[in-house]
Design a protein around this ligand. Structure first.
Ligand code: ZN
Length: 241
């Protein structure tokens, strides 16, 4: 059984009736409902819960954490961010969605500003599959088309992705690295761009497929913990004169 925790700031849903209409159960609710499956157990956590819903107990049980935040990145406590970071280094998968590019957890794991261009103009987005060999792209066609999305444009100030899986084109002319993977310590990280709160993006079948694939890809491996520090030789080292 795979344990997924969907973390959502859950502020737009309370402040903006339009967002509440698109996501009546919150963005976390929409994500959880399609991720839940035979071998996948999903729980949700939100900013306003005690410890943002990310208690030691919850984190200990989480194989893959999904992160959606936007308005209140600064309200996420540094202590929780440090715990999440340590969990990632120890092997927990992390999927950062859309405006999570500016979250404390993503910025600290990347080490760059993670800044970008943006525009809200109801424009078309076409996400081209750049790496058709990658399991995260499995089951989608040559591209995914979203009728209306927010634009994110280059330059996106991130370290060079280890694998670049999607590249977005926007109607207004910009392009953007929309699907990027990283490894930090033993943890796998996937950044996936789409999902502005006023659009029904997370109901799109291909977007759901990509996030499901990413969860599978980011699942921790069961390898033994590496041993660090001073090491005894495995063979007898001959004395050299
Ligand atoms: Zn947005």
């Amino acid at each position: 059984m795979l344990n997924v925790t969907v973390w959502n700031e859950n502020r737009h849903e309370q402040k903006n009736p339009l967002v509440k209409e698109v996501y009546p159960e919150g963005i976390h609710g929409a994500l959880a409902s399609f991720l839940m499956g035979e071998n996948v157990q999903v729980q949700t956590a939100t900013l306003d819960e005690a410890e943002h819903g990310l208690t030691d107990d919850v984190l200990a049980k989480t194989d893959v954490l999904i992160w959606w935040g936007h308005l209140a990145h600064d309200e996420v406590s540094d202590e929780i961010v440090a715990k999440v970071k340590q969990k990632v280094l120890d092997g927990m998968g992390l999927i950062v969605l859309h405006s999570g590019h500016f979250s404390k957890i993503f910025k600290t794991l990347m080490g760059t500003t993670c800044d970008l261009k943006w525009r809200e103009a109801d424009e078309k987005e076409r996400l081209w599959v750049i790496d058709p060999s990658h399991p995260i792209a499995e089951g989608v066609g040559e591209f995914i088309e979203l009728e209306k999305e927010e634009m994110y444009g280059e330059h996106f100030d991130i370290p060079a992705p280890e694998q670049l899986i999607f590249m977005s084109w926007f109607e207004g002319g910009e392009v953007f690295r929309s699907g990027c993977t990283y490894q930090r310590g033993k943890g796998k990280i996937f950044y996936f761009r789409p999902g502005h709160e006023t659009y029904p993006t997370y109901y799109h079948e291909d977007i759901q497929q990509v996030i499901k694939n990413a969860v599978k890809w980011a699942t921790p491996t069961k390898l033994p913990k590496p041993v660090y520090g001073n090491a005894k030789p495995l063979e007898i080292i001959k004395v050299k004169n």
